[in-house]
Design a protein around this ligand. Structure first.
Ligand code: FAD
Length: 409
């Protein structure tokens, strides 16, 4: 089989690119997807109300073009808007997140301990910014926030060994100064830049998967599901799947994890050998049907003895009872046996890990691939911690670039 455009993976990245081709009346394109339906990490299932199986997903789009694009598939009237209420369970109480803006919600004695410690942190004393993750947390927020919350929480979510992670990605975290923390304790209100999703949208009647489901339907004649890709030949521009399909293409848009290619031909050995250095983490999600006595949309848990690191309180953003948990795969054996009957789902690829050498390697890999008309796109194609709105934006941009705006007459 031969097509002009071959898209690997039907998550938000692949679906956006495919829909752009469809929109431009391109006929020669095909999407290959290993699962039975599209949406990737953003999919929902509906046995007991919506269950977002890739974890808690909320729409927070800064780019108007992206928002209009998504509203084209699922109009604004079908979404509710929420003011974020995210909380942290710490010292046996719930406070708002981020921790550094909400120390004022703790007991006075705790506040003083944290403030003394933050005052001594490296960033407040002219010490040079470190380039390893754990050192950076202590430098930025002090040893007490690091030990009580940030390090145990990030270990639960990403990996036991955090010092393999770099610091180049930490601009995603809220940046709250010592002065702002002092103000918040004195004035009893949060100060400083708030984290992502300070307001967010969630579908009124469906799970987060609905918008991607509609995008999948729109290109259904050009998608083949149940196609697990394992091979790529750059010299022949050919893809192989476990079911025996071989597809050649002029352009290959890759949105699947690079480590999924167990067979690679025509790639320089210096790149091929380093593919194994890309790291990721897996998570399991579970659905519980009882409600919780809280107004939070989600709650972070850093306690080592609790398997999960986050609970998503479904009944506070969706008209269905219950909540979901997110747990790093390596920790799921900690759940009690009686939990084994709950609805659950494993996502083998959840978080691309921002290891120290990743940026340089990905830059080398993607620029070489582009010379072959193979393009890495999205969370896995670029191995970046992108949210779904950014993935859509990247897919629209890549389409513009490849098509030159008027590629199809
Ligand atoms: C816990 C969690 C919470 C998140 N919260 C939010 C949020 O609140 N808001 C937000 O906007 N984003 C959120 N995200 C990010 C969001 O999930 C991603 O940005 C988005 O799914 C990326 O889309 P993608 O198409 O690049 O990758 P994916 O969604 O991962 O899609 C990749 C596709 O490739 C397929 N595939 C993989 N391997 C193969 C193979 N060998 N052969 C064939 N097909 C294959 C997969 O099945 C999948 O369909 C969250 C992610 C996680 C893990």
């Amino acid at each position: 089989m031969e097509v002009k455009f071959l898209i690997l993976g039907a998550g938000p990245a692949g679906l956006t690119f495919a829909n752009q081709l469809q929109e431009s009346r391109e006929k020669s394109f095909l999407v290959l997807e290993k699962e039975k339906w599209g949406g990737g990490l953003c999919r929902s299932v509906y046995n007991n109300g919506p269950f977002d199986i890739g974890g808690g997903h909320f729409l927070d789009v800064k780019n108007k073009k992206v928002l209009d694009y998504l509203f084209h598939f699922m109009p604004h009237a079908e979404w509710n808007t929420f003011e974020r209420n995210s909380q942290i369970f710490i010292h046996n109480q719930y406070i708002n997140s981020p921790i550094e803006s909400n120390i004022w919600q703790m007991e006075l004695k705790e506040q003083i301990e944290y403030l003394k410690d933050i005052a001594a942190a490296g960033c407040n004393n002219g010490i040079k910014k470190p380039d390893k993750f754990v050192d950076w947390i202590e430098w930025k927020l002090g040893q007490k926030i690091a030990a009580d919350y940030m390090i145990p929480y990030n270990k639960k979510m990403f990996a036991d060994e955090l010092n393999n992670l770099g610091t180049y990605w930490l601009n995603k975290l809220p940046d709250v100064s010592f002065e702002e923390i002092l103000y918040s304790c004195l004035e009893h209100k949060s100060h400083g830049r708030q984290p992502a999703h300070s307001t967010f949208l969630y579908p009124k009647e469906y799970g987060y998967g609905e918008v991607w489901e509609r995008m999948s339907k729109n290109v259904e004649n050009n998608v083949m599901y149940g196609q697990h890709i394992y091979g790529i030949a750059f010299d022949k521009m050919e893809i192989k799947t476990h079911s025996g399909l071989n597809v050649k293409a002029q352009f290959i848009i890759n949105t699947i994890p690079w480590k999924e290619f167990k067979e690679i031909q025509g790639m320089p050995s210096a790149l091929h050998e380093k593919l194994g250095t890309l790291r990721h983490s897996a998570i399991e999600t579970r659905l519980y049907l009882e409600d919780m006595d809280t107004l939070a949309h989600w709650i972070y848990y850093s306690q080592e003895d609790l398997p999960y690191h986050r609970k998503l309180i479904r009944h506070n953003f969706c008209p269905y009872h219950g909540y979901w948990t997110e747990t790093r795969y390596e920790r799921i054996s900690m759940f009690d046996a009686h939990d084994s009957n709950v609805e659950k789902y494993i996502n083998e690829y959840a978080y691309p890990l921002n290891t120290i050498n990743k940026p340089q390697f990905m830059q080398d890999l993607l620029s070489w691939c582009r010379t072959k008309q193979v393009y890495g796109l999205g969370r896995w194609g670029e191995h970046e911690h992108y949210n779904s709105d950014i993935v859509v934006q990247k897919a629209l941009q890549l389409y513009e670039k490849i098509s030159g705006g008027n590629y199809i007459e």
